[in-house]
Design a protein around this ligand. Sequence first.
Ligand code: FAD
Length: 380
Amino acid sequence: MKEVKSLTSYETFDATKLKLVLEKIASRASECEHDPEGPKVEFQWLNECGALAAVLPGGEMDFNKSHTGQLLKLLKDIGKANLSVGRIFEGHINALYLIHLFAEQEQREKWYTEVRDFGYLFGVWNTQTNDGILFTENERFLKIEGSKTFCSGATLVDRALITGNISLLHRTGWQMAIIDMKQIDRSKIDRESWKTLGMKASGSYKVDFSGYEIYEEELLSIPGFYLRQPYFSGGAIRFAAVQLGGAEAIATHTLAYLKNLDRTSDPIQQLRISNMMAQLVSGRMWLDRAATHYDTWANSAAEDEALIAFANMTRVSIEDICLKIMEESNRCVGARGLMHPYPLERIFRDLSFYLRQPAPDATRLKVAEFFINNNSAFNE
Ligand SMILES: Cc1cc2nc3c(=O)[nH]c(=O)nc-3n(C[C@H](O)[C@H](O)[C@H](O)COP(=O)(O)OP(=O)(O)OC[C@H]3O[C@@H](n4cnc5c(N)ncnc54)[C@H](O)[C@@H]3O)c2cc1C
């Protein structure tokens, strides 16, 4: 177990402390990219201001209440400070949401306590290649064979929600399990597997879980529930929020750069600033509306399709918005603005890479299909 940091490492979510934490995260982002420990201290800070436990029962953004707007803003703000930290934090929130939705009461209490009392960090690792996860029977219960790729925060996460194929008499399909990363030898984390354009600090390495012996209480829910709708597709609004945070950082740094060089009175720069800010504000509006719909529809099965379509539109619109903001900013600041020590070169690399999320084309086709079948939808 991690050492308990003080009386308890969990503190009530504190927005003022969070603001200071975000400033510290942003100012360490460049150093963090080259830190072999990754954003370790960043997650200690986030824990200390209550952000890791904010979605637990009684917390500021308790999943049992309707706080999606606040949660998306938190994700956006953390993404703005450092996209890699935002990605790992989003994985933590995604894991806690799956626990909230699908865990047994006893499991929930155990995992929530670990976050509250020990500041445990969770992650969700679903992506794999052809050596993916199999849960096979052994004398005691089950054993894991195989690896996951793109494991964000691989060296930092305490509890990893992984998915894999199971084929038992009463359990067949795509099963979730929450495993103890302390049981995974560090040599199983392939640090050579993350040589990327950006998001280096997310340390999304390949992890080999082969040989891990699993207990029954580590299995989460029944096969197939990881992909359960509307939660699976609806969750895209959370990574879209982190991405928009990156675009917001680009817009902020671009304006600061132009002001610094006294280039804001030029009408062509003004035109680009106008385009960039209009894109940013429309991204915020997508998130606001997506949050309202999520809170209204997530528990009413009748609106599942609308919720998914709106989340899909939010996701692809924010992808487009981020690309447009990068294009405008690129022309605003030119080569000099895209050089170290200005932060834009890193944020451009991070955002370009982080925008690559699964099935972008298929997502757009699903939006089209929804409107073909519901042509007056969202005509409020
Ligand atoms: C920074 C970062 C962190 C991540 N962290 C995690 C994590 O913690 N956990 C996790 O589970 N995953 C994680 N992922 C993985 C992520 O969820 C996606 O699996 C990954 O980003 C897929 O990206 P891709 O562009 O390689 O996908 P691809 O599916 O290869 O898509 C690339 C392009 O090909 C198109 N395409 C897809 N299939 C076909 C086809 N059959 N024929 C023709 N075209 C096709 C797509 O539409 C797209 O245009 C992370 C990804 C990133 C970038």
